[in-house]
Structure formats: structure tokens, C-alpha cells
Design a protein around this ligand. Structure first.
Ligand code: ATP
Length: 238
């Protein structure tokens, strides 16, 4: 689905990525772990086309999208949920979801929208309960569900998630992760950036550890969870 090869990104003197290789297969959840400043957000932004790499390639289903701007990449089926869960606070849950579809297809017909909502409400029953509530009145966890649902309504092939657990209580994080698992079960490929290494690796089938812009470790999650260097550097607190 996604193949990132030798990706290098520089912001002036800062080398944010220094030749990164990453693969995501269809329906797979892949975790990107790493400390602050490791280059995780830069990786997601470069895949989407918000940041232009200095070298390397990004292939989506074998098609070179390295130089493709973000709006076109989105139309090809890539969706980014950035850190910070920005909902349209003064719009209701339903209106937020309609915006998600509108961004993808322009105008939205009523019947079409209703059709798209059903599976989302099934996956996120809380959003159904709160569908007429203004988004700013939702809890942090519900807002995170709303941004995930808003990304899903455009049926992306590849979902890029930047720290969906940030600032949420552990029990809510579990709910969010269950929803992410459900999305992958439905065939969406997911590249998940997370500080919560332990939880992320339990969810993902494989993981990559970014350290100062390079892939320091990678492999199946169960191997990484047992790796002594991993435990020492990223998993020790659990
Ligand atoms: P965090 O977990 O703190 O979000 P990260 O792993 O996502 O960190 P990035 O945000 O990708 O890391 O940043 C990688 C490096 O690039 C950091 O040194 C950061 O300061 C730098 N950087 C990121 N964005 C820019 C920018 N727009 N201009 C200049 N430097 C940047």
C-alpha cells in the first residue's frame, strides 16, 4: 500500500529525516515510535505531501506520489489526522462529519450522506448519541472519535494518525485504539505515530523506532516488545 524509500527532509540546518524506509501493507497497522523531535510528524506530513522531501520517494500502491501536493494525495485516498484533534467547535457532530465528506467530494447529497453515516455510527456509537451536540461540548475522547470518524467518512485507503492518544485517560485511549483496530479490519491501512509505545505495539502488527531522523529499530511488534533496547528506552515505564 505505502512504500517510503530513503526519505530525507531538511528544515534549514535541521535534518528531520535522514533516509527513512517504511512499508505499510493493505489493512495493516504500523506503529511509529520515537521520542520528541525524532521526525515522526515530519514523516506523516511528507507522506501526505505537506512537506517536500530533499530526497527519497513515497509510493502509494506503486504510484509515485512524492511530488504530489496534499490536496491531490487526499483525493488519491490518503488522510491525515494531525496531533491536536481539531474539530469545528461551533458545528454539531453531524455537521463536522458532513464537512469531512464535503472536503472529499464537494457538494453532499442528503441520501448519500445518510448512507455514509450508518457504518460510522456503528463504529462510534457515542457519536450517534451526541450527533446534534456542538463539537466543543464533547469530551477529549469524543472529539478524538469525531476527528477519526471525519477522516473515515472519505473512505481513505491509508490513514495517517499523529498521536491520537495525546492527553487522554488510559481507558479512553483503549476505546480509541479499538476504533483504530476496527478501521484496519475494514481494510484501511494505518500508519500510527504514538508516544505510548507499549499500547501502540500491542495494536500494530509491526513497528519502526525513529531516532533523530533515522530508523533505529524495526520489526514485528512482538519482537520489539521483547527487545531489551526497546524495553530500556521506550517501554520501561510499563
Ligand atoms: P514530537 O513528538 O515532539 O511531535 P516528532 O518526532 O514528531 O516530535 P518532528 O515534529 O517531525 O518530530 O520534528 C523533527 C525535527 O524537525 C525537530 O528537531 C523539529 O524541531 C524540526 N522541525 C519540525 N518542523 C519544523 C519546521 N516547520 N521548521 C523547522 N524545523 C522543524
Amino acid at each position: 500500500m505505502l512504500s517510503v524509500n530513503g526519505l530525507a527532509v531538511r528544515y534549514g540546518p535541521v535534518e528531520a529525516l535522514k533516509g527513512v524506509d517504511i512499508e505499510v501493507k493493505q489493512g495493516e497497522i504500523v506503529a511509529i515510535i520515537g521520542s520528541n523531535g525524532a521526525g515522526k510528524s515530519t514523516l506523516l506530513q511528507t507522506v501526505l505531501g505537506l512537506v517536500k522531501p530533499n530526497s527519497g520517494t513515497v509510493l502509494l500502491e506503486g504510484k509515485d506520489i512524492t511530488a504530489t501536493p496534499a490536496n491531490r494525495t487526499a483525493n488519491l485516498g490518503v488522510s491525515l489526522v494531525p496531533e491536536g484533534r481539531e474539530v469545528f467547535g461551533t458545528l454539531t457532530v453531524i455537521e463536522n462529519l458532513r464537512m469531512g465528506l464535503k472536503q472529499k467530494i464537494g457538494s453532499v447529497r442528503k441520501e448519500q450522506f445518510a448512507r455514509e453515516l450508518d457504518p460510522l455510527y456503528e463504529q462510534f456509537p457515542k457519536l450517534h448519541e451526541r450527533r446534534n451536540q456542538l463539537a466543543y461540548t464533547l469530551s477529549g475522547g469524543e472529539q478524538q472519535m469525531l476527528v477519526l470518524a471525519r477522516a473515515m467518512i472519505s473512505k481513505p485507503k491509508l490513514l495517517l494518525l499523529d498521536e491520537p492518544s495525546l492527553g487522554l485517560a488510559p481507558i479512553i485511549v483503549n476505546e480509541i485504539f479499538e476504533a483504530i483496530y476496527g478501521m484496519a479490519q475494514g481494510g484501511t491501512s494505518i500508519l500510527l505515530v504514538e508516544q505510548m509505545a507499549h499500547k501502540a505495539l500491542h495494536l500494530a502488527s509491526r513497528g519502526y523506532v525513529l531516532d533523530k531522523g533515522t530508523v533505529a529499530m524495526s520489526g514485528p511488534s512482538e519482537d520489539l516488545l521483547r527487545d531489551e533496547r526497546m524495553v530500556k528506552a521506550y517501554l520501561g515505564a510499563h
